[in-house]
Design a binder for this molecule. Structure first.
Ligand code: KG4
Ligand code: ZN
Length: 354
């Protein structure tokens, strides 16, 4: 295994382009610089990410993003011990941009190249030291992890940093995808998670309860496509029956119900896993982990059971390169490529979570 000091990490799996310089300190990961460029404004008009647009934007910004991360850290590529890159899962065009850039840098500067699974990296965001003075400690394992993003909803049992068991997840749409599609159906902007959360603030309860499929079943599996279909149906009925003014009054309540339905499913399955596995802590991760209701509800349920809950700072919940660096530094199974064969590394859009 490599002895790693400072590394450059690159993230380009979806619509964000990230570069970070990180190093290990006291079992945690210290972020020296972390730059994220987003093509979000390009996707807002389509209500979602257009893969070709995302990849083209990444080609434009990857060089400056890496340059900025190195400048901010006050170093040059030569000072690094290795280069880490997310090689999947993700969109193939986007992945190629980061992976090919990392390979080229590693080859030219004769640095080892470390391949990191993006979803695994989300979990390692819980090992990133905070910069706001609130000292964080490394989570104690075993842990139950909930990884919730735009493309994934996975429950994992993490015995050690390298030994993971996938115990359940969504059978259809990911939780983030459900937020995004429900928001789109309701005329709220992309990304749907934050817009549904914001619309729901102080909204009265919705007059009807929407489905929470599988919530009472003895499985760790979840399902969100039924909720999405119900919202599409509900909104189209409302559009037919209500005036525009009445409709706009109902949107916040409907957003509240969607938020509560998704959060209830996520919390109940995570708690089911905690009760069965008796872990030392729960690790929340992924873009949806930025959701305030999810953070609050999971925290109070974990407190009742006497188990610690770890949640990354919001900026390390959504896609970022620091978490890629954290996984590369902490997970001994990060795929390591010698300088002579860096060109053997290929992106893998459908990498699994463990
Ligand atoms: O992890 P991420 O940045 O990218 C992927 O790997 O997919 O997650 C993006 C997802 C989107 O579906 C977005 O709607 C959701 O995370 N998200 C949220 C919130 N912020 C982002 N979902 C619920 N509440 C939020 N505050
Ligand atoms: Zn992600």
């Amino acid at each position: 295994m490599l002895k790693l000091g400072m590394i450059l990490a690159i993230e380009s799996t979806f619509d964000e382009t990230g570069a970070a310089v990180v190093r290990k300190r006291d079992g945690m990961v210290e972020v020296i610089s972390n730059i994220t460029a987003s093509s979000l404004s390009m996707h807002e008009k389509y209500g979602g990410v257009v893969p070709e647009v995302a990849a083209r934007e990444q080609i434009k910004v990857i060089g400056v993003t890496i340059g900025e991360a190195l400048d901010k850290a006050g170093i040059e590529v030569g000072d690094l011990d290795a280069i880490a890159v997310a090689n999947g899962p993700g969109l193939i065009g986007s992945l190629l941009v980061g992976v090919e850039t990392a390979k080229t840098l590693a080859y030219v500067h004769k640095k080892p190249l470390l391949a990191v699974n993006h979803m695994v990296a989300h979990v390692f965001a819980n090992w990133i030291q905070s910069t706001d003075g609130d000292i964080r400690k490394p989570p104690e394992l075993p842990a139950v992890g909930l990884v919730v993003s735009g493309g994934h909803t996975d429950l994992i049992y993490m015995k050690s940093v390298d030994d993971w068991e996938w115990i359940g997840g969504t059978r259809d749409d990911a939780a983030g995808e459900c937020y995004d599609k429900c928001a789109r159906a309701m005329g709220l902007p992309y990304p749907g998670g934050p817009s549904i959360q914001n619309a729901a603030v102080d909204a009265p309860e919705y007059h009807e309860r929407l489905p929470r499929p599988l919530i009472n079943e003895e499985t760790y599996d979840m399902s969100f496509s039924g909720l999405k279909s119900a919202v599409i149906r509900e909104f189209s009925t409302l559009t037919d029956k209500k005036s525009e003014v009445e409709l706009q009054k109902l949107v916040p309540s409907l957003a509240r119900e969607v938020n509560e339905a998704i959060v209830e499913s996520l919390v109940s399955k995570t708690i089911r896993a905690v009760e069965a596995k008796d872990p030392k802590c729960v690790l929340l991760a992924g873009g949806v982990a930025a959701n305030a209701l999810l953070r609050d509800n999971l925290k109070s349920r974990c407190e009742q059971l006497g188990v610690d809950l770890y949640v990354p700072e919001i900026r390390y919940c959504t896609d970022n390169a620091a978490m890629i660096g954290a996984a590369a530094l902490l997970r001994t199974q990060s795929l390591e490529t010698g300088v002579e064969n860096v060109f053997g590394l290929r992106p893998d859009p459908s990498l699994g979570v463990v």
